[in-house]
Write a protein that binds this ligand. Structure first.
Ligand SMILES: *Cc1c(COP(=O)(O)O)cnc(C)c1O
Length: 348
């Protein structure tokens, strides 16, 4: 039932994309006088005088072997936040279309919708932080283009039931965007392997969390070739800079280091839960599939301010719906976690 032409914006359907110098000639020439670069070099040890590869082929090739899917199914953005924005710009007509959000969830979906003047329809998660499928079905109309599902969910930390996401994928005529920013910490399988099954699936991942590269700004979208082609057409030509591409390529060689940090993070997460659960001010600690825990407390603002005064910053989520009294705490190094626990001993 899914047909990309039913959801593409008219102006994007008809768009002639920008054609850069690097698009028009790719190959092994020796004299490049086509892009108005400075042929002498850069005032740096490392040379950045040439424009980067617009389609980041080397990085994608490496990701392709890590993720087990073809390069043509991979989009890279300046963070996954850029992929989110490009989905809005490709599929949602401002002032006309709408998207479904399932709060409490990642804040950028709403901000990106607002920037693009796209209506958001909120269908809150249940008390168990799972999807309200009936509510979502009622909220969908002919102008609903995207549904954002974050799993494991930020800020609640839990994974969304797989069968529920599959129900959406089967029945919804727009795109189901599954944001897997925290998938490396989860016991759940990635949705990447379902891409062959569902033409309307977009999976987002990022190098910002488990990979430890938040400063490079590299996010990934995995989807059908036709969706990836649209996203590549809409993105700024050189959206991932040369320094980031080179460093990402190098970092992606070091997967063992990342895997050992993931293991250590899970050990530290369990220790943090054990250390926190008996404090008087703790009402509940929600089960986490991510590198953070959500803790329901009797006095979120008090604890937050107490920690700030002692140089420790956690995220106060107490104003977020279904998260009254909640603090979101990222798992740190063993030392950092000890400092947090020792400091909390003194909170009265
Ligand atoms: C941190 C986070 C991202 C990451 O975005 P980047 O732009 O890739 O750094 C995306 N989605 C969720 C749910 C996140 O928590």
């Amino acid at each position: 039932m899914f047909n990309i032409n039913n959801i593409l914006r008219e102006n994007i359907k008809n768009l002639t994309p920008y054609s850069s110098a690097r698009d028009e000639y790719q190959g092994e020439a020796s004299v490049f006088l086509d892009a108005n670069e400075n042929a002498f070099g850069s005032p740096l040890e490392q040379q950045f005088n040439r424009y980067p590869d617009p389609l980041q082929f080397e990085v994608k090739k490496r990701l392709s072997s890590i993720k087990g899917l073809p390069v043509r199914n991979i989009f890279l953005g300046n963070g996954s936040d850029e992929a989110i924005d490009i989905l809005f710009r490709s599929f949602c007509t401002p002032g006309v279309d709408n998207v479904i959000l399932v709060p409490p969830t990642y804040g950028m979906y709403k901000v990106s919708a607002n920037i693009n003047d796209v209506e958001t329809r909120n269908v809150p998660l249940t008390a168990e932080f799972q999807l309200n499928l009936e509510g979502i079905a009622e909220a969908i109309d002919k102008n609903t283009k995207l549904i954002f599902i974050c799993s494991p969910n930020n800020p609640t930390g839990n994974s969304i039931n797989r069968a529920d996401v599959e129900t959406l994928l089967t029945n919804f005529g727009g795109l189901v965007v599954v944001d897997e920013a925290y998938i490396n910490f989860s016991r759940q399988k990635t949705f990447i392997q379902e891409l062959t099954e569902y033409a309307n699936l977009v999976v987002l991942q990022t190098l910002s969390k488990a990979w430890g590269l938040a400063g490079l700004r590299i996010g990934m979208a995995f989807a059908s070739e036709e969706i990836i082609e649209v996203m590549n057409k809409v993105k700024p030509p050189y959206n991932v800079n040369e320094a980031s591409q080179q460093l990402a390529l190098k970092a992606l060689e070091n997967i063992e280091q990342v895997n050992s940090w993931i293991k250590e993070t899970l050990v530290q997460r369990d220790k943090l839960v054990l250390g926190i659960k008996d404090f008087d001010f703790v009402i509940d600690i929600y089960p986490s599939d991510a590198n953070f825990i959500l803790v329901k407390t009797t006095d979120a603002n008090g604890i937050y301010n107490f920690l700030v005064e002692r140089g420790i910053i956690v995220r106060n989520r107490s104003k977020v719906e279904l998260c009254e009294g909640c603090l979101r705490i990222t798992v740190g190094t063993p030392d950092e976690n000890d400092i947090l626990l020792e400091t909390l001993q003194n909170f009265k």
